[in-house]
Design a protein around this ligand. Structure first.
Ligand code: SAH
Length: 213
């Protein structure tokens, strides 16, 4: 079983390289983190397919490529102190971020996913992650300002409240619903306002308002 997993993992890493993941730090983190730990037993055998998979409550774990790609974009710059993630989900991307930033704050609006993520994170022994149960549209004022914000669910508009929690020269990466499709945006907060760049077409679950107890 372990041999099969290692073989599939190697294939996945090659695929990530072929698709343009060139940052060796990101590659080594993707190699290190056992994606099967975030999945229900029935899905573990699919852990190293490059697919988004269900995690319950109509939500998904992002595909390895999208996690690697967002991580690669977000570490292009040097300020790596504090990152805010919106949409903890199963906490796969959260753990990846915890190897890149000094501190990670991650918000989830569905209570049971938040509780499950807490357990997974304690199994990984990471002590630089703060998980919050709440509506990501509010961000976390008390932990702001952030060097980076990463949103893993798609809103219809760029959330202004989250731009306000970015440092000047901070960056945000997020999917956005636009003209019936979704695009991945990279946003830079400058003293003169935000600068945006469209990166790719993507497919994320929607970013919804409010919480589910
Ligand atoms: N980061 C995850 C992807 C999770 S899917 C990974 O590593 O695979 C996106 C998550 O965003 C879902 O769990 C969903 O419940 C959550 N979400 C959607 N809208 C939200 C909001 N307003 N605040 C916080 N979380 C939200």
């Amino acid at each position: 079983m372990i041999e099969i997993i290692n073989h599939k993992k190697n294939q996945l890493i090659n695929l990530l390289r072929d698709r343009g993941i060139t940052n060796e730090k990101v590659i080594s983190i993707m190699e290190k983190i056992p994606r099967e730990s975030f999945l229900d037993p029935a899905l573990k055998q699919m852990a190293y397919n490059d697919d988004a998979l269900p995690i319950g409550h109509n939500q998904t774990i992002s595909s390895p490529y999208i996690v690697a790609k967002m991580s690669q974009i977000i570490i292009e710059e040097d300020k790596m102190d504090k990152v805010l993630e919106i949409g903890t989900g199963c906490s796969y991307q959260t753990i990846v971020l915890s190897y890149l930033f000094k501190k990670v704050v991650s918000i989830e609006r569905i209570k049971s996913l938040h509780v499950k993520a807490k357990k997974i994170i304690s199994d990984f022994n990471r002590n630089n992650i703060k998980l919050i149960f709440g509506d990501g549209y509010a961000g976390s004022k008390i932990d702001s300002p952030f060097d980076a914000v990463l949103i893993t669910a798609a809103p219809d508009e760029i959330p202004k409240s989250l731009i306000q929690q970015l440092k000047i020269h901070g960056r945000m990466i997020m999917p956005l619903n636009k003209n019936g499709k979704q695009i991945l945006l990279r946003i830079k907060n400058t003293p003169k306002g935000i600068i945006q760049k469209e990166i790719d077409d993507v497919l994320f679950v929607p970013m919804l308002k409010g919480i589910i107890q």
